[in-house]
Write a protein that binds this ligand. Structure first.
Ligand SMILES: Cc1cc2nc3c(=O)[nH]c(=O)nc-3n(C[C@H](O)[C@H](O)[C@H](O)COP(=O)(O)O)c2cc1C
Length: 185
């Protein structure tokens, strides 16, 4: 198997991290891979807010906890329960991925960039997880405040988070993959 295919197969969602800072050069390499994702009509209409300071990550976590509690959405409340109120699982680094709200491809472009980050991280021995609950910040009545605090450009909204850090558990198993999702004509 070539290295890229090995990386794709081996990447797992990591939800427990060592208390160890992410190297700045590794973060830079991961963010550069995000910028090299494909985008519809080459719009590149994404923005990445990388947060390495634990107090700031905790602040964003607090915003999400508040929004989920106010939402009274049982699915979201379940996420909060499963993560013990720590949606970023004490990761030492968080990247908030934003894109242009008015572009119907915006969230798709942001997704391509997000997947590039996950794969780049795994190739560097860094654990990661795609955090969809960050999107709640973009639809909140406080969305403008959050966007200003995170330095998100006007007209853009946060869609995802990517947690990054050194995984605390070895040998994570891939959840079983659905069968019957391919046909070749
Ligand atoms: C759009 C999207 C949103 C996700 N949001 C979360 C999340 O909020 N919290 C979380 O722990 N995992 C989240 N995940 C990770 C999935 O749970 C995970 O990819 C899936 O269980 C398969 O496991 P694997 O990534 O190890 O292959 C998300 C994944 C995607 C694609």
């Amino acid at each position: 198997m070539n290295e890229v295919i090995k990386t794709i197969h081996g990447r797992r969602s990591v939800r427990a991290f060592k208390d160890k800072e992410l190297k700045k050069e590794d973060l830079d390499a991961i963010l550069e891979c995000a910028r090299y994702a494909p985008s519809a009509m080459n719009a590149q209409n994404w923005h990445f807010t990388a947060i390495r300071d634990s107090a700031s990550i905790e602040k964003v976590n607090g915003w999400i906890v508040t929004e989920i509690k106010e939402s009274r959405n049982p699915n979201l409340e379940g996420i909060l329960e499963r993560s013990n109120g720590k949606v970023f699982r004490n990761a030492p680094c968080l990247v908030v991925v934003s894109s242009e709200k008015a572009d119907r491809f915006g969230v798709i472009n942001a997704s391509a960039a997000t997947q590039n980050m996950l794969l780049a991280a795994h190739s560097l021995g860094i654990g990661s997880c795609w955090i969809g609950t960050v999107g709640i910040l973009g639809t909140s009545k406080r969305a403008d405040y959050y966007a200003t605090e995170l330095g998100i450009p006007k007209g853009y909204a946060p869609f995802f988070g990517v947690t990054l850090g050194y995984g605390a558990s070895e040998g994570l198993e891939a959840p079983p993959r659905r069968e019957g999702v391919v046909n070749i004509i």
